[in-house]
Design a protein around this ligand. Sequence first.
Ligand code: FMN
Length: 190
Amino acid sequence: MTAPVFLASCSPRRGGNSDAAVALLKQSLSVPCRTWRIADEGVHPCISCGYCDAHPGQCTLDAPGDGARKLFDAMFAAPISVIVSPVYFYHVPAQAKAWIDRAQCFWTCGEKPGRGKAVTAVLFGARLRGDKLFEGAERTFRYMALALGLTWEDPLRIYGLDRPGDLASSGEACTRIAEFAGNLAGRHGL
Ligand SMILES: Cc1cc2nc3c(=O)[nH]c(=O)nc-3n(C[C@H](O)[C@H](O)[C@H](O)COP(=O)(O)O)c2cc1C
């Protein structure tokens, strides 16, 4: 049986635009999906202990109750992963950054566990314009993909979403997400 598509919301705000975008992606993809909220997974931030330098792919913080490894394993199994994130100070929320930093333990892996799989993102912020609004988040996700061996695909970028219901009340943003999901499914033969 094929593993489900990996859909993750990076916002700590429950019921906000990220959660709504994940629900919309799931509905639009119409294949089995598993949804996650990174902020609920108890991920501890990297402490730069150096253990993974000598033990590629292993982390001293991997333990029951810490969801970092569980999230990475779900991505490695999924045919495609979509990470949904708001912009926080031109980057991603701290809970998501803590998880991204945990990808460091795969940096020295000769055989990358995500090889042959792909990851993309849906990114949004409150600002209505700004060439560089998504630059920080995009670059970070791209390098996380590199550490994991996943192929990074161009994300969807949406301006002007701020209050929790902004996505749900924007027909244009909802259509763009549904189209993004449709294109993704087509490209990956889902
Ligand atoms: C701490 C914090 C920092 C933010 N920084 C930015 C920012 O730099 N640029 C921007 O356009 N929006 C910024 N926002 C607004 C969020 O991106 C916006 O409210 C988003 O829709 C929240 O998504 P959510 O509903 O999934 O939590 C920030 C919000 C918070 C709480």
